[in-house]
Design a protein around this ligand. Structure first.
Ligand code: GDP
Ligand code: IMO
Ligand code: MG
Length: 427
């Protein structure tokens, strides 16, 4: 059985949660490998509707072991609350494991995320303010505290004292806010450690065991390719890599270990937060898509910016992730539109280009070059066979397939598990 990475191919919120919940039926292990509780993955299945921020979307199957990998930054309070909420709704979380190498989100990370955003003023990134950027910055600066550190209280207090002294200088002298209390954070994090201890593991061994038995492993991406700190719209990005390559590092797997990479694309584009979105619709059509699709952030409730499908960005995404296949979600959202546009190139300073510029200033000057297709103007949510889709819907999907340069395996026509068309087998 292969290892399959499920990757957000645009700016996040493509429907990764739905796709993972769907495919996890055949899996033994599902690993979240990047980001933190900035993610919001919606799953609608026979148990109800769930919004997961840290727990992998495979948690609903009793045979699936769920892992929060070393590449995730973990806010233990959010995780404990999320486990409790699932337990209250009858979902078992005893098969959830957290890598001892994952970095922790500490109270000063959340505080600094907000303070830094305020300081950026008009250039604010529009972060989720969950402390993600400051936590990854500390990981790189070697000022992080890791999940495994919760298991050794004496070492934890020493490490926390050293780091908090430094953070309190920044909080008081740079931002002029009150310092944080060592005793309070220490006692809180000791409690979190006691609660999480049975779930903390050397998780790469668990992956190795599954692979040795030839069992299916799913790497669950968070965020989207165009929020990657290297390949996204820097600096308007997140702080860890949502790419398939990030899956190797964030789960603890060599690059040759991944055999399938499924890119999840919405049938149009959305973005939440600041930064360029070349096909953004600031008109009635944009509003119509937002309202029809309830395009409001799962984590922050902010309205998502909506636009036409951007095939320039999509092709770039296919290339840097090495997609072997794609899932197109939310096709049903386009059911009522009389005409559809697909961006097939950009006009930049009078020239037409077909690549995704690496520089935000250039990207902001890009004007989309559109191709128009007829809409199908009939409902698709109850359709389960590709051939039953209206011919104009089939042609829209076929054109996307051609432009993004990889086969479409899955078409999603609703939030529920079964509202899915299996166009071509993945395995
Ligand atoms: P994720 O972060 O990539 O998991 O995506 P989100 O959960 O943030 O946002 C996707 C939204 O689309 C959620 O509300 C899903 O329930 C919903 N959804 C997923 N697939 C479909 C689909 O095919 N049609 C419709 N109408 N909604 C979908
Ligand atoms: P899922 O996994 C959409 C965006 C934020 C902001 C930028 C930086 O649900 O697809 P951060 O808090 O990460 O420092 O914010 O990244 N962002 C997301 N947008 N979906 C997500 O996750 C996101 N996670 C972060 O809105 O623009
Ligand atoms: Mg989301």
């Amino acid at each position: 059985m292969p290892v399959i990475a499920i990757i957000g191919a645009q700016w996040g919120d493509e429907g990764k949660g739905k796709v993972v919940d769907l495919l996890a039926e055949r899996a033994r292990v599902v690993v979240r490998f990047s980001g933190g509780d900035n993610a919001g993955h919606t799953v609608v299945n026979p148990y109800g509707e769930f919004r997961l921020h840290l727990i992998p979307s495979g948690i609903f199957y009793p045979q699936v072991v769920c892992i929060i990998g070393n590449g995730v930054v973990v806010n233990p309070k959010v995780l404990i609350d999320e486990m409790a909420q699932l337990n209250q709704r009858g979902i078992d979380t005893s098969r959830l494991f957290i890598s001892d190498r994952a970095n922790l989100i500490m109270p000063y990370h959340v505080l600094l995320d907000g303070l830094e955003e305020e300081l950026r003023g008009g250039k604010a990134l529009g972060t989720t303010r969950k402390g993600i950027g400051p936590a990854f910055a500390d990981k790189t600066a070697r000022l992080g505290i890791r999940v495994g550190d919760l298991l050794d209280k004496e070492a934890l207090v020493e490490r926390l004292r050293f780091i908090l002294d430094y953070k309190n200088v920044i909080l008081t002298k740079v931002y002029g806010v009150s310092p944080l209390s060592l005793d309070e954070i220490y006692s809180q994090y000791c409690q979190y450690g006691e609660r999480l201890a049975p779930h903390i593991r050397e998780t790469t061994i668990m992956l190795e065991e599954a692979l040795a038995k030839d069992e299916l492993v799913i790497l669950e991406g968070a965020q989207g390719t165009l929020l990657d700190p290297d390949f996204g719209t820097y600096p308007y990005t997140t702080s860890s890599s949502p790419l398939a390559g990030g899956g190797c590092l964030g789960a603890g797997l060599g690059p040759t270990g991944i055999s399938r990479v499924l890119g999840v694309f919405k049938a149009y584009c959305t973005r939440v937060g600041s930064g360029p979105l070349p096909t953004e619709l600031k008109d009635e059509t944009g509003n119509l898509i937002r309202e029809r699709a309830h395009e409001y952030g799962t984590t922050t409730g902010r309205p998502r910016r909506c636009g036409w499908f951007d095939a320039v960005a999509a092709r770039f995404s296919t290339r840097i992730n090495g997609f072997t296949g794609a899932a197109i979600t939310r096709l049903d959202v386009l059911d009522t539109l009389p005409r559809l546009k697909i961006c097939v190139g950009y006009k930049l300073d009078g020239k037409t280009i077909d690549y995704f510029p690496g520089n935000v200033a250039s990207l902001e000057r890009c004007q989309p070059v559109y191709e128009e297709l007829p809409g199908w103007q009939s409902p698709t949510s109850d359709i389960r066979d590709y051939e039953q889709l209206p011919i104009d819907a089939q042609q829209y999907v076929a054109r996307l397939e051609e432009l993004i340069s990889c086969p479409v395996n899955i078409i999603s026509v609703g939030a529920e598990r079964e509202q899915t068309i299996h166009k071509m087998p993945i395995f």
